[in-house]
Ligand binder design. Structure first.
Ligand SMILES: [Cu+2]
Length: 128
């Protein structure tokens, strides 16, 4: 005897539910994997400040990757590491190290400077 219409539909509904649960699991797994890959692809670079100048004065950075800049202020005086082009500023006390993180860059040249020593503390980033 053929089962009544509603019970055949209920069986089909249960199948759909378990299929979408599996799809959700697959999606969240993919999301976690992507986050891990992005963190490990962070590009790290170091720059120092000495005698109110940046060393190096030019940073060549890759496009499309998050950037981590470690800035060592080797002077005894504070400096403000700043860029209008990239929209950041960070005061770094004398003889300390700071970290500035940037979102993935588009190709281009971006100026940065030390705002407390504008006549000497100048540099730029070339992203390509
Ligand atoms: Cu400033």
């Amino acid at each position: 005897m053929t089962p009544p219409f509603y019970s055949r539909n209920a069986a089909r509904f249960r199948t759909l539910l378990s299929a979408s649960a599996a799809a959700l699991l697959a999606l969240s797994g993919a999301g976690i994997g992507t986050a891990t890959v992005q963190a490990s692809e962070e590009h790290e670079v170091e720059i120092s400040i000495k005698n109110h100048m940046f060393e190096p004065e030019a940073l060549k950075l890759p496009v499309g990757k998050p950037i981590k800049i470690t800035v060592k202020n080797l002077d005894p005086t504070p400096e403000e590491f700043e860029s209008d082009d990239l929209g950041f500023e960070k005061i770094i006390p004398g003889n300390t190290t700071a970290i500035v993180r940037l979102k993935p860059l588009k190709p281009g040249t971006y100026m940065f400077f030390g705002e407390f020593n504008m006549d000497t503390a100048l540099g730029h980033i070339v992203a390509e």
